[in-house]
Write a protein that binds this ligand. Structure first.
Ligand code: LMR
Length: 405
């Protein structure tokens, strides 16, 4: 009898597992519009100029590759704090920022810490949400439920339903919030709606855990972090997981951070000791290279300016592709896709279903998520027509099939 008889094979991961399928696909052409990776107009993952220059500076310095402290270097953490909360908070002792393995690593660290408090009865995520949110919090031992967020029939944000839901939650429920560019829908609350959501969370003693993976992909670095900057004024506990994967195009380096706001120095010291303990048991100390690049760019005025304009370019290209996509759909006589222009960030929640996704994959080598999420940031002038044509074909085929029943 094998040691592993009791474990069953799990389904593939809906995002990274899809990329594995894509890699094994030998057909030409094939396009991966599944995973959230920004590709340039030639279909390549860009190496940012700011990153190249930072890497050059690091190479010239050739620092030894010693162990980092468990929570990462102070200089990286301070630069991250400044980017998230503004210069006035870069040395705010009530925010503890810890280097983490990308946004996922930051969420998991936060989840492990919250589990140790023994005070969080439940974690709630949006319906729909990033495919990995449930997995992360359930893996850390939490019960996870969903809150109303998006109506696929009207493509609208369910603001009132969300507020009503929040008001019924038990104290200390942790609410996972997408700080901007909601993944997968691309629909964010308005400024006024955010204010009411945050007020409700504060009033009902809930714990917001902001996931900020797309800072700079909606408006600019400051505006895209405005919910954090609003919430910090309440001086109530909250957590932030931020990722540098997308805005630095440093996906494989796994650079991110977990920031925790807590009111007292005594509490901060306790929290820090637990974070160190969790990190030590999982991966001991964080990796060096990616965080050095990020730190260099964030702390060097010239590199920061270059980076800022590079993120602006990525943002602009995505907006351009949104507009082009809607236009191309119209040319295919698909006029019901104009809502794509109202969405923000890398993705479009297209309204296509699993059947469409399977057909796009099998017949055309186009990979989108089974939920219908399309990575707009992987479209370009060369693949746009092919993609819209294929989508039009699968939609029409499905309509014909439905009619013949
Ligand atoms: C995505 O949503 O596709 C990205 O955040 C990549 C990932 O880890 O799922």
């Amino acid at each position: 009898m094998s040691l592993y008889t009791e474990i069953t094979k799990l389904p593939r991961d809906p995002i990274i597992g899809l990329t594995e399928l894509f890699k094994n696909d030998r057909r030409v052409p094939k396009y991966n519009l599944g995973v959230g990776v920004y590709l340039d107009e030639h279909g390549n993952v860009p190496v940012l100029e700011s990153v190249k220059r930072a890497a050059q500076l690091l190479y010239e310095k050739r620092e030894p590759c010693a162990y980092l402290p468990m929570g990462g270097l102070d200089s990286f953490c301070e630069a991250t704090k400044k980017l998230l909360f503004g210069p006035e908070h870069s040395s705010n002792a009530n925010i503890m920022t810890t280097q983490a393995l990308g946004g996922t690593g930051a969420l998991r660290l936060g989840a492990e810490l919250l589990q140790r408090t023994k005070k969080v009865p439940l974690v709630v995520i949006s319906e729909p949400s990033w495919e990995n949110h449930r997995n992360i919090f359930e893996s850390a031992g939490f019960k996870v439920k969903t809150y109303p967020y998006y109506d696929p029939n009207t493509n609208c944000f369910l603001f009132t339903q969300l507020l009503t839901f929040l008001k019924k939650l038990p104290k200390h429920t942790t609410v996972i919030l997408h700080a901007n560019c909601h993944n997968p829908t691309g629909i964010d609350p308005s400024e006024e709606q955010w204010q009411e959501i945050l007020d409700t969370i504060r009033k009902f003693d809930l714990i917001p855990f902001f996931d900020l993976a797309y800072q700079g992909f909606k408006n600019n670095f400051k505006d895209d972090a405005s919910v954090l900057r609003t919430y910090i004024k309440f001086e109530k506990p909250f957590l932030v997981a931020n990722s540098f994967s997308k805005n630095f195009s440093l996906y494989g380096e796994r650079v991110g951070a977990l920031s925790i706001f807590s009111g007292s120095l005594e509490e901060c010291t306790k929290i820090q000791s637990h974070l160190k303990n969790i990190i030590r048991s999982l991966y001991s100390t964080p990796p060096t290279y990616g965080q050095k690049i990020v730190e260099k760019v964030l702390s060097n005025e010239k590199l920061y300016a270059i980076w800022q304009s590079e993120v602006q370019l990525m943002r602009g290209r995505i907006t351009e592709m949104r507009n082009q996509l809607v236009k191309a759909f119209e040319e295919e006589n698909l006029t019901s896709f104009s809502f794509i222009k109202d969405q923000h960030g890398m993705f479009s929640y297209s309204g296509l279903g699993t059947m469409h996704a399977v057909q796009l994959r099998e017949k055309f080598g186009i990979y989108i998520l089974d939920s219908g999420r399309i990575c707009i940031a992987a479209l370009n002038k060369n693949n746009l027509k092919y993609v819209t044509n294929a989508i039009s074909t699968v939609i029409n085929e499905k309509t014909i099939q439905a009619k013949s029943f």
